[in-house]
Design a protein around this ligand. Structure first.
Ligand code: GDP
Ligand code: MG
Length: 603
């Protein structure tokens, strides 16, 4: 396939608007997979994706399609829709010349549609607007094309109307992809350069790198050098994603594929790195903007003896998710562990689940928090500080009050789209979360778009759920980083049986300390099972107790009464109990379930 007959494009859209379903149809039309009614989101290969019904990884598939008598190579990237995985989308766009922008004809333009449109628009990509789900009874094609006109200045006549589910209009869409999206501008004759855009760890093959060949070509046996670490590797195997790995002899400019080159260490594969043929000279490719983790949480092995295998698992999984940052951390109650940085709470959830499912690690995650910037008085005279401003990733590292000059917290610019009936309730919710509305405008005669600034801390846990329930599911929300803002914050500590539990400490706005302390105490009493003695749970700021709840003791005779007699049943129960214990952590004498930490923060 000469470069002129190659097209690289992504499908982008709000969550559930049909990206993965459209990818299924494109795979079928091009006979990449058999036409079969049971094909459902075939590119969502991870267990977590199938269980949750969402895409979390951008997936590439190379398709071959005959158009006007010529074969074209189409490199399709299916992307995630949720804001937490925007990093996957932005990386995908860097490898494309165009996008298919899907909008659900029933739901209309949503917050992620706006975010995704601007991502593609700012990257100067060709945007092919598409209305999906026109088969639905509630489809409102005229209203939705009007929204696209108002928001994005898209000419209604250029909007494709399709049903990804039924396949209607999909073939015509494919023709537009070939006609309107330009081929990549690399050259086969130029000195070889390849961009590493993703990687994964395979138990049998080791590190598998996914490359976009920008210039020249690569063949089995070639020796390639990493621009980043200058190490040289020999290509052992390479091929296309079709959509499963399919070996071939060479990959040429404009093509996308996998390469296995016995990289030993997972850390060597750096996403965004340029690879070139040994002993040639090249300019490095621009690579990607580094991801900026904004949510930090401790992660600990359920059992200290598993620390090394957890480290291994994290190393392998970060290979497939370069947006996670890793720092070593330790805690008096939970032992040796890590502090990981994520792009959001769903991302954190998905990463922990993948650690368990794909790498067999059993982990405890502590309360998540955002990073804080702290200005310190006379830092030069204090040994442990080298600068006057530090960033803390863990609330228990907050310096003493007397040393602090000023604290700042991260803020975001949020976008909310919703029917105007809910404006009153949503405004109150935003104010309650310390939000400031910057702008609001109608996108059609019923729906309104609000722009606002919010502290990230206030939307971390349950803002979206609350917004959804206030608006019967009709509101959508997206946000982007907007830097830091000075704020009055305090650290709330929690004590279990008078023992401070560091991993429960949280930083919050002064005005909210009491409510949060009470709330967390209640949540903890709900999630810590009764034990043989009374347990007290207290929330305090600087030694002053703000809230207290007790967990009453379990009556001792309960066990004896229930399980007397049948010995096998008793053994079974004891075994189950022992397994349950693995999921607990001991703080003093108190057993605490794994998920208590995160549950404690839900309002
Ligand atoms: P994604 O999150 O954008 O990848 O969306 P999915 O492809 O996972 O689809 C979300 C849901 O919408 C699934 O239940 C699909 O079956 C459904 N869906 C996708 N396209 C269509 C369509 O054209 N018509 C109808 N009725 N349902 C669709
Ligand atoms: Mg999907």
């Amino acid at each position: 396939y000469p470069v002129e007959r190659i097209r690289n494009f992504s499908i982008i859209a709000h969550i559930d608007h049909g990206k993965s379903t459209l990818a299924d149809r494109l795979l079928e039309i091009t006979d990449t997979i058999p036409r079969d009614k049971s094909n459902k989101q075939v590119l969502d290969k991870l267990q977590v994706e199938r269980e949750r019904g969402i895409t979390v990884k951008a997936q590439t598939a190379s398709l071959i399609y005959n158009y006007k008598g010529e074969d074209y190579l189409l490199n399709l990237i299916d992307t995630p829709g949720h804001v937490d995985f925007n990093y996957e989308v932005s990386r995908s766009l860097a490898a494309c010349q165009g996008v298919v922008l899907l909008v659900d004809a029933n739901q209309g333009v949503q917050a992620q549609t706006v975010a995704n449109f601007y991502m593609a628009f700012e990257s100067n990509l060709v945007i092919i607007p598409v209305l999906n789900k026109i088969d639905l009874k509630g489809a409102q094609p005229d209203i939705v094309t009007q929204q696209m006109k108002t928001l994005f200045d898209i000419d209604p006549h250029t909007v494709h109307k399709i049903s990804a589910k039924a396949g209607t209009g999909v073939e015509e869409l494919l023709h537009t992809v070939i006609e309107d999206i330009p081929p990549p501008n690399g050259s086969r004759e130029a000195v070889t350069r390849a961009l590493l855009f993703d990687s994964t760890y395979d138990q049998y093959k080791g590190v598998v790198g996914y490359f976009s060949i920008i210039d020249g070509m690569l063949t089995k046996g070639n020796k390639i050098t990493s621009y980043h670490n200058k190490k040289t590797y020999e290509i052992q195997d390479l091929g296309f994603m079709h959509p499963l790995e399919e070996p071939t002899n060479s990959l040429y400019a404009g093509q996308v594929g996998y390469i296995i080159c016995n990289m030993r260490n997972a850390k060597e594969a750096q996403v965004g790195d340029t690879y070139y043929l040994q002993n040639t000279e090249v300019q490095p490719l621009p690579g990607f903007k580094a991801a900026k983790p904004m949510v930090f949480a401790g992660i600990y092995p359920s059992d200290q003896s598993e620390f090394n295998s957890l480290r291994n698992a994290i190393e392998k999984l970060t290979l497939n998710d370069a947006s996670v940052s890793v720092h070593i951390d330790s805690s008096p109650a939970l032992g040796q562990g890590f502090r990981l940085g994520y792009l959001g709470l769903l991302h954190m959830d998905v990463f922990s689940q993948r650690l368990e499912q794909e790498h067999n690690a059993s982990v405890i995650t502590s309360c998540p928090n955002v990073p804080y910037k702290i200005k310190i008085k006379g830092a030069k005279n204090i040994k442990k500080f080298t600068t006057d401003e530090i960033t803390i990733l863990n609330p228990c590292h907050l310096p003493d009050k007397q040393m602090i000059v000023e604290m700042s917290e991260p803020v975001v610019t949020g976008t909310i789209l919703m029917p105007d009936d809910y404006i009153g309730d949503v405004t109150s919710l935003c104010l309650e979360r310390r939000g400031e509305i910057i702008d609001q405008s109608y996108i059609d005669n019923k729906r309104i778009m609000i722009k606002l600034q919010l502290p990230l801390n206030e939307i971390l846990i349950d803002f979206y759920d609350e917004l959804k329930s206030l608006t019967s599911g009709y509101a959508s929300f997206d946000y982007e980083d907007a830097g830091y803002k000075v704020s009055t914050l305090v650290k709330v500590d929690f004590l279990i049986n008078n023992k401070a539990v560091d991993e429960l400490s949280i930083i919050c706005h002064t005005s909210r300390a009491r409510v949060i302390a009470k709330n967390v105490c209640i949540k903890l009493t709900e999630s810590i099972p009764k034990q043989l003695f009374t347990i007290s749970v207290q929330g305090a700021v600087g030694g002053k107790i703000l809230a207290r709840q007790d967990i009453k003791a379990l009556r001792k005779d309960v066990l004896a009464k229930c399980y007397g007699g049948d010995i096998t049943r008793k053994e079974k129960l004891l075994k189950r109990q022992a397994e349950g214990k693995k999921k607990m952590r001991k703080i003093g004498k108190v057993e605490i379930p794994k998920d208590a930490f995160i549950n404690a923060l839900k309002r």
